[in-house]
Ligand binder design. Structure first.
Ligand SMILES: [Fe+2]
Ligand SMILES: [Fe+2]
Length: 160
């Protein structure tokens, strides 16, 4: 019996792994978004809970972004699909921006000492903006990986 998996290349395996990692991050982000929408309280206590959720997120993203930046999937993009090379460069720049913004939000939540200090609306707005940027970022990477590595029509288009 033919096993399609026997014909898989290293790129196929890496692409699947990238999609799997994105799906895991997406689940974590959905959980975080749910918490933002239903969490109660205010002041330092709420800000500490926000911080508790941001710290694992920043840890996961640092590791995810670092692995993308040294992955063959993206490193060879200028050969495999030159049409996406500029987009990949821009996406890698976004890694730095997103980590910087999350770390800034961690510092802002840590600095809150009382209800008076805590502008919960502003912190929530910043957290939602991070979620939005991250989702858009990961969706664009998925689209690029799909077209460059999985879809034959997309592969041809991206070579132009
Ligand atoms: Fe990325
Ligand atoms: Fe990613």
């Amino acid at each position: 019996m033919a096993d399609g998996r026997a014909n898989r290349t290293g790129i196929d395996v890496e692409t699947e792994e990238a999609f799997r990692e994105h799906a895991e991050i997406s689940e974590g982000v959905a959980e975080f978004e749910k918490w933002l929408g239903r969490s109660e309280g205010a002041g330092a206590e709420w800000a500490a809970l926000l911080c508790e959720r941001l710290l694992p997120l920043v840890k996961i993203l640092k590791s995810h972004f670092a692995s993308e930046e040294c992955s063959n999937l993206y490193a060879d993009m200028h050969i495999r699909a030159p049409g996406f090379a500029d987009a990949v460069e821009r996406l890698f720049d976004e890694h730095y921006d997103m980590i910087r913004e999350i770390e800034s939000l961690v510092r802002a939540s840590r600095s809150i000492e009382s209800t008076f200090d805590c502008d919960r609306e502003e912190l929530t707005r910043r957290a939602r903006r991070i979620i939005f940027a991250l989702r858009r970022h990961e969706a664009e990477e998925n689209e690029i990986l799909y077209q460059a590595c999985c879809d034959d029509a997309g592969k041809d288009e991206a070579k132009r």
